[in-house]
Design a protein around this ligand. Structure first.
Ligand code: DGY
Length: 322
């Protein structure tokens, strides 16, 4: 008989995925406070062979050291900056993640934020709800910016960056990008895009959209120095990770009109701090980290997360391994 593995799941997954997991493993499902408090996590993970976690769970050295039997971590996300990957690997722990299936959902949200902040949709919604419609009757009282003909600068031409480029083409935008390495000429041609230096991208873009992972190199990549290089009429969009932007300096740039607006799905602290000055600005659209949050995508992420974990525990090749 096959050995049953003990696994901890830090948040409820789709029922069908959990059923699949339960066929093969003894599952301890955390159903309380999200994210699971660290003390709880450390307590519960002690005898576990496997862990299914989410971006809000910090899986650092302290957690991993306490998990003496841990052989596999499977995260319900494409990002894995919440896991100490180097330390986990040094402990021979396999790590799975869920790229590809959330590419379209995240790219759609990116386009949604662009349209929202440029056309001032959420801002208008507040005007309507606050019964202030009569204040914007004049022909020029409430004008937005059209996306067609504008230049979008994509930082990070991975899966999501490419999908954003494709969708931006459909909206009649010019697409330029910066990446560690240029993508192939064939892909550039297909995506009607051109590789430019970082500085050129900052100077030329009407919209800058971030599609890079968070790490030491990308920490506060977007800061006051960069905002000063950007066009005063430009917009910044972030659906990757919050700490890539220095949020305090972004607030100042938005207040001083160094840039015109921002559309954000991710923040330096999540949930966003109650006293964040971003909450007071009209020229930003704030989504609650829902880039991958569609019914279609979350189901696929659940299935892959479970498959990755079982494959790793059975010492087989993962569908997607970090
Ligand atoms: C991810 O998968 O990393 C997204 O941010 C969703 O949490």
């Amino acid at each position: 008989m096959k050995k049953r593995f003990n696994v901890l799941v830090t948040r409820r997954l789709h029922r069908s995925a959990l059923d699949e997991l339960e066929k093969r493993c003894n599952v301890l499902l955390h159903t309380g406070k999200i994210p699971i408090p660290k003390k709880n996590l450390i307590n519960k993970i002690k005898d576990m062979d496997g862990l299914i976690c989410h971006p809000y769970d910090t899986i650092d050295e302290e957690v991993i050291i306490n998990a003496k039997n841990l052989k596999a971590i499977s995260t319900f996300s494409v990002g894995f900056d919440h896991i100490d990957i180097n330390f986990a690997k040094s402990q021979k722990i396999k790590i799975g993640y869920t790229p590809e299936v959330l590419t379209n959902a995240t790219a759609e949200l990116t386009i949604g934020l662009i349209l929202d902040v440029l056309r001032r949709i959420s801002e208008g919604d507040r005007i309507v709800r606050n019964k202030k419609w009569n204040q914007i009757f004049g022909a020029y009282d409430y004008t937005g910016t059209e996306v067609a003909g504008k230049t979008i600068g994509i930082i990070g031409m991975g899966r999501i960056g490419k999908e954003v480029a494709k969708k931006a083409n459909g909206l009649g935008m010019n697409v330029i990008y910066h990446n560690r390495r240029p993508v192939s000429k064939k892909i550039e041609k297909m995506l009607k895009t051109k590789y430019v230096s970082e500085n050129t991208l900052y100077r030329k873009s009407d919209i800058i959209s971030l599609h890079i992972p968070y790490n030491n190199d990308t920490h506060h990549l977007m800061n006051s120095k960069i905002f000063k290089k950007m066009k005063k009429t430009s917009f910044l969009i972030n659906t990757s990770r919050g700490k890539i932007i220095n949020e305090k300096q972004l607030v100042v740039a938005l207040q001083k009109k160094d840039i015109q607006g921002a559309g954000m799905d991710v923040y330096e602290s999540e949930p966003i701090k109650k006293d964040s000055l971003l909450l007071k600005l009209e020229n930003v659209v704030l989504a609650p980290h829902v880039g991958s949050s569609t019914r279609e995508t979350r189901q696929k992420m659940s299935d892959i997360t479970v498959k990755n974990l079982i494959l790793a525990l059975e010492r087989k090749k993962l569908l997607y391994s970090v």
